[in-house]
Design a protein around this ligand. Sequence first.
Ligand SMILES: *Cc1c(COP(=O)(O)O)cnc(C)c1O
Length: 385
Amino acid sequence: MEQSKIWLSSPHMGGSERKFVNEAFEANWIAPLGPNVTGFELDIESYLSNSKNEETSIHVAALSSGTAALHLALILLGVKAGDEVLCQSMTFAASANPIMYLGATPVFVDSESDTLNLCPIQLEKAIEDRISKGKKPKAIIAVHLYGMPYKIDEVQQVADKFEIPIIEDSAEALGSSYKGRKCGTFGEIGILSFNGNKIITTSGGGALVAKSKAVKQKAIFLATQARDDAPHYQHTEIGYNYRLSNISAGIGRGQMEVLDAHVNLRREMNLFYRDIFLNIDGVTVFSEPNDDYFCNNWLTIISVDAKVTGKTREQLRLYMEGLNIECRPLWKPMHLQPVFKNMPFYGDGLAEELFESGLCLPSGSNLTDDDRERIGLGINEFFKA
Ligand SMILES: *Cc1c(COP(=O)(O)O)cnc(C)c1O
């Protein structure tokens, strides 16, 4: 008999999600507004506002997806057709697609090896070169991949030098922090995702994190069809239908209650893997470069040095697949994607190397001791053979 599937990252309910959803049914708030939407926003605002960032005020708009939040963030920063936007190449396509929605051009930038995120040196090179070619980029999209904060100080320094705002793609990093301050609060605008495989889920959803109430309200205005203040339907701007539903937000309120517990469980998964690979030469488990970084370990990532192990990450992936255990290559860099092949790229090959050697391992907060035993046995057998 085939054993049950072990997923990379699957939804993990805490318990009170149903209570909030039932409340929505009882009050007939089956709409993209209501008490759960407001409550969920407040929950996220207070979660992100820890003592270390009193100087920043945090205003959250709940939206239908992280992708919608990125789209609105670009609009709010004034990105228009023909503009250029810098974007980390090693990321999920959703980081870059909204640039294309606006008729703007993504300019992709390589990663550095400490956090696997936006390389500040390549970023500076890219900006200087774009300016010398006649166009100053309008925004920078920096991503905390797999929950690992990017080099926040260094990237911010480059952004400040050229006065280009950062959109902080924190879709994978809710619960991570840098120097004690929560990810999602660093960019001019931050975005979160609550898709099914993220650290918490609303079944589908996202949020925009703004530094002022005015920006939050503008985001909500655009997300609700840009209706002017009039008794009839009147519009002076193009709007979108991007608000989160009150049902989904109810799931989100329940999930916020267990977010920190789930972060701890994912961090334990990372320790579990570090332990396994301690005895396997040629495999690196990525972890925080130093104590400034706190990673939610949304997914644990390894890199397999085929020269040392005699085996590739793809062989490991297929072996685990045979055991009904899901593993996945890292995000294929955007500059290697057929759809973006004509877009500019600045880098020296690190993202490509990471894509060749890297693998994401099952990291869910709902994995059991039995699951861990199967995973551990599988990995050890593969590298022994
Ligand atoms: C998931 C994800 C998004 C998009 O979020 P959705 O809610 O799925 O639209 C954007 N960026 C990154 C890095 C992601 O992982």
